[in-house]
Design a protein around this ligand. Structure first.
Ligand code: ATP
Length: 282
């Protein structure tokens, strides 16, 4: 921790029972007193540490360890999920990362239960898995768009908690991040996509539908946070109107999680000195 942080984001951003999403200031920077420039420098300074920690995880997986990390990203369109993948996850060796986005289920996926496609995408031991959207869509878009009867999506909260407890017990450390933006900030980001021809491919007219139902989505997010933030898989709600803060906060959360695994470099299973002599002819 540096002086600019007054409270670690693992504490200040962790969702607590009774928290209200509608009371969150999405432009705020909880626990951080620095400015944008300093935040960028601070995040860049995490690169070596993050790389080292991720390589320990990878080495652990290669030597029979069972631990892995799963970063789940949720948020409204333009909330910056892709930017987290590029600017935070992008700081570590891509060979140790498995990124997966979840869109509308394919006919094959629809033929199975909602966790089927999720199970198939879980990180193997030693890997950092990243989900850009996830099984939480099944209590968000599915609820708001009434894609399933209420009894069906309501059952998902318990199913998700049981699923996450199961994978946590098997060795996966789960970090869930909701990037919270305001409708005003989203409007600005959507307009700026229209203003820039090189961003038109990222603009989907269908996204306006979710925007029109902002209040319903917020209610769905509120209940998701209330029902599924558990000790083994807590939610962190990151104010994300300032991209630089969201990226800094998530890089701290990731570092905190990897460090918490407390992984040592695997010991050599050969005689190091003998190998040195063989190599150098000494
Ligand atoms: P993003 O909007 O996340 O940047 P994108 O625009 O590239 O991604 P896709 O990844 O193809 O779009 O799909 C995202 C869309 O799929 C979102 O609108 C999301 O709500 C929807 N989606 C995801 N999971 C489900 C689900 N289980 N049922 C219905 N729709 C879903």
């Amino acid at each position: 921790m540096t002086a600019a942080w007054t409270e670690h984001p693992a504490t200040s951003l962790r969702w607590r029972p009774g928290d209200r999403l509608d009371a969150l200031d999405t432009r705020s920077t909880p626990g951080y007193t620095g400015r944008k420039r300093a935040a960028k420098v601070l995040r860049a300074g995490h690169a070596d540490d993050l790389s080292d920690l991720q390589e320990r995880l990878f080495a652990h997986g290669r030597t029979g360890g069972v631990r892995s990390v799963l970063l789940i990203l949720q948020g409204m369109d333009t909330s910056g999920k892709g930017g987290i993948v590029r600017h935070v996850v992008g700081m570590v060796d891509p060979q140790g990362v498995r990124c997966r986005g979840f869109g509308r289920p394919t006919p094959e996926e629809q033929a199975h239960d909602f966790l089927w496609r999720i199970r198939r995408a879980l990180p193997s031991p030693g890997l950092l898995g990243v989900f850009d959207r996830s099984h939480y869509e099944d209590v968000l878009v599915v609820r708001v768009e009434e894609l399933q009867p209420e009894a069906s999506w309501r059952a998902h909260y318990d199913e998700i908690n049981a699923f996450e407890a199961e994978i946590a017990a098997a060795g996966t450390e789960i970090v869930k991040v909701m990037l919270a933006i305001s409708p005003e900030e989203q409007l600005e980001r959507l307009v700026s996509r229209l203003d820039r021809p090189e961003k038109h491919w990222r603009y989907d007219p269908a996204d306006l539908r979710a925007r029109e139902r902002w209040g319903e989505y917020q209610a769905a997010y509120q209940e998701m946070l209330d029902r599924t933030s558990t000790d083994v898989a807590p939610w962190y709600v990151v104010p994300a109107d300032r991209k630089w803060f969201a990226r800094l906060a998530v890089s701290e959360l990731l570092r905190h999680t990897l460090r918490g695994l407390d992984l040592r470099w695997p010991a050599a299973d050969f005689d190091v000195e003998r190998q040195r002599r063989l190599l150098t002819g000494g």
